[in-house]
Write a protein that binds this ligand. Structure first.
Ligand SMILES: NC(=O)c1ccc[n+]([C@@H]2O[C@H](COP(=O)([O-])OP(=O)(O)OC[C@H]3O[C@@H](n4cnc5c(N)ncnc54)[C@H](OP(=O)(O)O)[C@@H]3O)[C@@H](O)[C@H]2O)c1
Length: 322
């Protein structure tokens, strides 16, 4: 243990960080040790990680001092924020600033910051193709992350900027998967027209992050982008149909309609999908499954992921339609 490089993992009991902790624990001879950062050191997931050999340390990303303690003595850190816990870009940016400052104070040798594009570089606020949200954003949960990259750069933290992709897990947990329509047939609603949506099994993000840490300094100061596969809605529906053994229709809805769906964050996600469509060449082009596979040889493609989760899709319920 003393010779191992400690990686302090934010969001360790969640999707991205959890994948990284499991990747470290599953590779006991890999030279790394996992430090699980959680608000609840007595929680079931934290206890299970401790049982498997991880160190568990309390943190609250809204408390800079706790971040400094959590990073202290570590070689590296996985930094991720939780936008959907509060929907505030300003809060998210303050959290990233605190992470970068804590990383600097701890003298970390490698931070991975799980970021996304500041879409305003492609769609300035004056561009009316999509509404401006909260006065100064186009895709709030992207823009704040992208704008926050500067905190790591300004603090001089050796950082890899990791551009992630849409979790396929949203098809299970966020109700985005195929649903039975009034005619009893399965339909999958996504505002992606005929454009490709880069997607990934959430677990694979952490595995790719582990691959980045294992590469040493190769990706420090670099921006890297990962996905499991880049597929159109029609292609994903066809794979669902093949694996589930049932017809699955793809309902592409206009972005304007999606923005109006009424659930919290529908406007943010509607703009996000429009950004991915309007800038498909850039967005899908930069997210490379083959690069992700070079970091994580067990990277799943969509068919593998659907097959593995075949029984988990909540197919009952109302399909949204245009
Ligand atoms: N959904 C997607 O398709 C997608 C795609 C790309 C990027 N993202 C981004 O991914 C980010 C979320 O990452 P995730 O999905 O890995 O999160 P997640 O699975 O929701 O995990 C949340 C974890 O974060 C911890 N947490 C929450 N608030 C905290 C706080 N104040 N201090 C310390 N820990 C806190 C919680 O751990 P404890 O309860 O143990 O403290 C929880 O287990 C979001 O910013 C989102 O924009 C999402």
């Amino acid at each position: 243990m003393p010779d191992k490089k400690v990686i302090a993992v934010l969001g360790a009991t969640g999707a991205q960080g959890g994948g990284l902790v499991r990747a470290i624990l599953n590779d006991p001879n890999g030279g790394f040790a996992a430090r699980v950062l959680t608000r609840d050191v007595n929680g079931a997931k934290a206890k299970e990680f401790a049982r498997l050999g991880a160190e568990v340390v309390a943190v609250d990303i809204d408390n800079t001092e706790s971040l400094k303690k959590a990073f202290s003595g570590a070689y590296g850190a996985y930094c991720v924020t939780f936008f959907w816990a509060h929907f505030s870009v300003e809060k998210e940016m303050a959290e990233v600033k605190a992470m970068a400052e804590a990383a600097k104070a701890a003298g970390l040798r490698h931070a991975i910051w799980s970021t996304l594009e500041d879409t305003r570089k492609w769609v300035p606020l004056s561009d009316n193709r999509m509404p401006t949200l909260h006065g100064k954003y186009k895709v709030p949960h992207f823009d704040g992350k992208g704008e926050s990259n500067q905190y790591f750069t300004d603090a001089g933290v050796p950082t890899t900027f990791l551009l992630t992709s849409f979790y396929w897990d949203n098809f299970i947990s966020f109700g985005m998967g195929p649903k039975k329509g009034p005619d009893g047939k399965l339909g999958m609603t996504l505002p992606m027209d005929d454009k490709k949506l880069p997607g990934i099994a959430a677990e694979d993000i952490g595995k790719c992050a582990y691959g980045i840490f294992k590469k040493g300094s190769e990706f420090i100061g670099k921006t890297v982008a990962i996905s499991g596969e880049n597929l159109t809605g029609a292609q994903m529906a066809a794979i669902f149909a093949e694996v589930l053994g049932k017809e699955v229709r793809y309902n592409s809805v206009p972005h304007e309609v999606y923005r109006g769906f009424g659930f919290p964050g529908a406007d943010d996600l509607g703009n996000m999908f429009q950004f991915k469509c309007d800038f498909e060449e850039y967005f899908s082009g930069v997210r490379s499954p083959s690069f992700a596979r070079s970091l994580n040889p067990s990277l799943q493609d969509f068919k593998m992921w659907v097959t593995q989760n075949k029984g988990a899709f909540p197919l009952e319920g109302t399909a949204a339609s245009a």
